[in-house]
Design a protein around this ligand. Structure first.
Ligand SMILES: [Zn+2]
Length: 458
């Protein structure tokens, strides 16, 4: 059948596929460094030419920052948008690299062959898996099984300043039935994953003011209220002894994990102890009765990120400060409204203020969590495709952090995203000696070919 022929072609063409990836990796497209603006553009041009060589209608689109590359090819099935980014992180400190970061090579390691270069895993190696899958399908069948728009960003590693305006201005060109994003990792070396839920973030800074000026603890200690005492008491009350956040209403809109996902996560065999052991800890500190994966993927949190107040320099000063402050962040899950929780947190703090103390708040960002609608059959189709390429059964997993582009696709273009990437924890993305496993590149290419073929069949 056709898919088998496509997969055979991918296997046979691994060498020229690597040569193409190496050509892209040789371009030092560091987006944050203005000295490399020409290189970023050269990478965009290279990708446009590569897409055009396959028959895509491809163009480099200017933005106020680095350009976007968009390529489009029609096909009979649904319309999918593929996203990757072709810019890379700086390479400093260069002295820690074992070879020049933009001189890619295949290296033998005890854990198998790896592609060594800046951008090998993040994200050039990953985005090329999709392009190579398209190339093999087109070469074998003369067309793609569905309509494909390839959308490649050049500013991901420098905060994506042009992304939202570009999506807004080009919504008609980019809107598809579904997005495919290749910028994440495997769950573990043998277990692939599709990230289907990402937590949101709410940041708050609170400043508590007591006396008009700093006071001497000999003269005022005892009669004057110390704002550090007030702040400490409030922060200490943020969690109860079961690890539950005490802001009223905090859990009101939190939905329970579905039994199916709960079972899938349990099947991943996540070792909480080993995970914590890596950072010198041993006991999970989240809500009692929750698994470690639930704590980092599907439960909301509150954390104090910093506290200031009084004298913290060398030596000692018996000061009773006028002010004390703290930065507090919340990781949010689907259903929770960041702005509603901001108000709930502020009201909770205000209600605990003693006489003579006042509080001011500074907002530091509020983004909701995102959760994909995995009842869309493409998710299960993609999960099966990944499972066929790796030894372990693929899982729908969560992410503790956020991947902004997935949120923007949902918000601005109304699309869910299948976040499937093949990086490994030891890829050293953003660090010296970045690598991408050859198996990730090869299996990833084959997996995309299966997924694209699956779209054609749907
Ligand atoms: Zn990336």
């Amino acid at each position: 059948m056709t898919l088998d022929a496509v997969l055979t072609r991918i296997d046979a063409d691994l060498e020229p596929a690597l040569a193409r990836l190496f050509a892209l990796l040789r371009i030092p497209s560091i987006s944050t460094d203005p000295a490399h603006a020409g290189d970023v553009r050269a990478a965009a041009d290279w990708l446009r030419d590569d897409l055009a060589s396959m028959g895509f209608a491809a163009a480099v689109h200017d933005t106020p920052g680095h350009p976007m590359v968009v390529g489009q090819m029609d096909g009979p099935g649904p319309h999918v948008l593929f996203y990757g980014h072709y810019d890379v992180q700086p390479v400093d400190p260069l002295s820690l690299w074992d070879r020049a970061p933009f001189d890619p090579a295949l290296e033998e390691t005890p854990k198998g062959r790896v592609i060594r270069a800046r951008g090998a895993a993040d994200d050039k190696g990953q985005l090329m898996t999709f392009l190579e899958a398209c190339r093999a399908i087109i070469a074998q069948t003369g067309q793609l099984p569905c309509k494909v728009t390839v959308f490649l960003e050049g500013e991901e590693e420098s905060g994506s300043p042009s992304l939202v305006p570009f999506l807004q201005d080009n919504a008609d060109m980019l809107r598809a039935d579904l997005a495919l994003i290749c910028d994440t990792g495997l769950f573990s070396d043998d277990v692939p994953a599709i990230t289907t839920q990402l937590r949101g973030l709410l940041g708050e800074e609170i400043v508590i003011t007591g006396p008009r000026i700093d006071l001497h603890s000999g003269m005022y200690g005892g009669i004057a209220m110390n704002p550090i005492r007030v702040l400490s008491r409030i922060l200490a009350g943020l969690h109860d002894d079961q690890g539950r956040v005490q802001v009223p209403g905090f859990y009101d809109d939190v939905e329970e994990l579905s039994p199916a996902l709960k079972a899938q996560w349990a099947g991943l065999g996540f070792d909480e102890r080993a995970f914590l052991d890596e950072v010198g800890l041993s006991h999970p500190a989240g809500e009692a009765g929750r698994t470690g994966l639930e704590m980092i993927w599907s439960r909301p949190t509150a954390e104090v990120n910093g506290i200031t107040g009084g004298y913290t320099g060398a030596g000692f000063k018996t000061v009773l400060p006028s002010q004390a402050s703290a930065k507090v962040s919340f990781r949010l899950v689907a259903g929770q409204d960041p702005l509603k929780l901001r108000e709930a947190f502020r009201a909770w703090v205000r209600a605990q203020l003693p006489p003579d103390c006042s509080v001011s708040f500074h907002a530091h960002g509020a983004s909701p969590a995102s959760r994909m609608d995995i009842s869309h059959p493409a998710f299960e189709m993609a999960r099966r495709a990944l499972s066929q390429e790796w030894p372990g059964e693929a899982a729908f997993i969560g992410g503790g952090g956020s991947i902004p582009v997935a949120g923007y696709f949902k918000e601005i273009l109304g699309m869910d995203s299948i976040l499937a990437g093949f990086g490994k924890d030891d890829d050293a993305i953003h660090s010296p000696n970045e690598k991408y496993d050859l198996t990730s590149f090869h299996r990833g290419t084959r997996a995309w070919a299966r997924i694209l073929t699956g779209f054609g069949a749907s």
